[in-house]
Design a binder for this molecule. Structure first.
Ligand SMILES: *Cc1c(COP(=O)(O)O)cnc(C)c1O
Length: 418
């Protein structure tokens, strides 16, 4: 095992809380990669550290975030939702209004610009439900990069519309017919492609996961969410929120929000995982409820696994939260006590999906609906937070058909029973 030095704090161009030099956040993170990836990852780390301290790079990124992605995204007070829940005040950070409909574009754009800076002309990416693939294909079209996306064949069948969107954007989509034929296998295949083509190819990883420097880099590209939200909250309400809440798949939208509030010790940081059908092996994706420390796809973190270390099957109604590992910085934030984690079930998320539509006229992504669902749990606490800020990580157009099927499993053609 490598060293377990505590993280050091470094002030970069737009970064503050870095892992140590070997990529560890406390005892989590690091870089567990085959020999063939050691040099490419070192090259990537050097290029990233150079870019983050270059004002010209930050200016380029910031300008595209503003004029292409549509930032800053608004902070909306959800008054009718709050009163329906018996909650105090609820603020929604509207990442659903970013271009392509979710926060994923922030990271895809940052890494796309980095790829260009490194002289790469091609990008590979993995995708589960297709959201990260669409964001990556979008950025590649914008920057004139070739784009190959790996996707499990089962996911391709489930997400045919996103496959078409990626192709429309000029990407090649490759079906992965190995293992569980879902995200984990697509990541392995994208890694293989990267190793073989690293001279001209960048691997654009979609969440705060994988070997160092990915968890750091992805968090930093997403940290614009929290920087904006903190400033907007102060400007609009004259105070900081009592709690900030975000759903956690790999953990990028949550870290992007939390990062700006880490030093505000009075602000509770709350991550919400997918509780699925039940907290039983194979029926959920709540790594902190059913997982243990282990290594998956290049990083040491909390993983759903059996006693022999075999990666467990996962389930969530929301594809973006359905993964066996959580980003290593979350494991560290939890072990240090700075952040707390909860999980909500598929049924609670489906209910929250409808609440938000009915009370605010906003159809959220099913991932984001997990964060909304947790508001009810918070409202039931003995001294509930008075001002809660929730990251609405994405819009729900992609989920409308799946929700319709869930709400009327046996009654095709009838009105959904709300
Ligand atoms: C992918 C996705 C997530 C989960 O990914 P994180 O890296 O945990 O943020 C959450 N919400 C939406 C809308 C997504 O598309």
């Amino acid at each position: 095992m490598e060293d377990q030095a505590p993280p050091v704090t470094v002030r970069g161009a737009f970064g503050r809380r870095d892992p140590d030099a070997r990529g560890y956040f406390g005892e989590f993170g690091g870089r567990f990669v085959p020999e063939t990836l050691v040099a490419p990852i070192a090259e990537l780390e050097a290029a990233y550290l150079d870019a983050r301290s270059d004002p010209a790079f930050e200016q380029q990124f910031t300008s595209l975030l503003r004029h292409y992605v549509g930032r800053p995204t608004p902070l909306h007070e959800a008054r009718r939702l709050a009163s329906a829940l018996g909650a105090s005040r609820v603020l929604l950070k509207r990442e659903d209004l970013a271009h392509t409909g979710a926060h994923k574009i922030n990271n895809a754009l940052g890494q796309g610009l980095l790829a260009v800076r490194m002289g790469k002309r091609r990008v590979v990416a993995e995708t589960g439900a297709g959201q990260h693939g669409v964001a990556t294909a979008t950025v590649c079209a914008l920057l004139g990069l070739a784009c190959d996306v790996y996707m499990g064949v089962d996911d391709m069948a489930r997400q045919a519309l996103n496959v078409f969107r990626m192709r429309l954007l000029g990407a090649r989509v490759h079906g992965v017919d190995a293992g569980s034929r879902t995200l984990k296998d697509a990541i392995n295949e994208a890694m293989r492609d990267w190793v073989a083509n690293v001279h001209d190819t960048h691997y654009l990883l979609g969440s705060a996961l994988g070997p160092h420097p990915y968890p750091l880099m992805v968090r930093e590209f997403q940290s614009v969410i929290g920087q904006e939200a903190r400033a907007q909250c102060l400007a609009q309400y004259g105070r900081l929120p009592d709690a900030v809440v975000a759903c956690v798949g790999g953990g990028s939208n949550a870290l992007g929000l939390f990062d700006a509030f880490i030093d505000d010790s009075a602000v509770r940081l709350i991550g919400v995982e997918a509780g699925g059908e039940a907290i039983e092996a194979g029926r959920h994706a709540a790594r902190f409820a059913g997982g243990s420390p282990g290594i998956l796809q290049g990083t040491r973190t909390f993983v759903l696994q059996d006693d022999a270390g075999n990666i467990g099957a996962t389930h969530s109604v929301s594809a973006g939260l359905d993964y066996a590992a959580i980003g290593p910085e979350h494991a560290w934030l939890r072990s240090s006590g700075r952040a707390e984690y909860a999980h909500v079930s598929d049924a609670q998320a489906l209910e929250a999906f409808q609440w938000l539509a009915r009370t605010e006229g906003i159809v959220p992504a099913l991932e984001s609906a997990h964060g909304i669902a947790h508001l009810r749990e918070l409202a039931r606490e003995s001294s509930p937070p008075e001002l809660v800020l929730v990251n609405l990580s994405g819009r729900g157009d992609k989920d409308v058909q799946a929700v319709e099927r869930q709400l009327r499993p046996d009654a095709a053609g009838q009105e959904p029973s709300l």
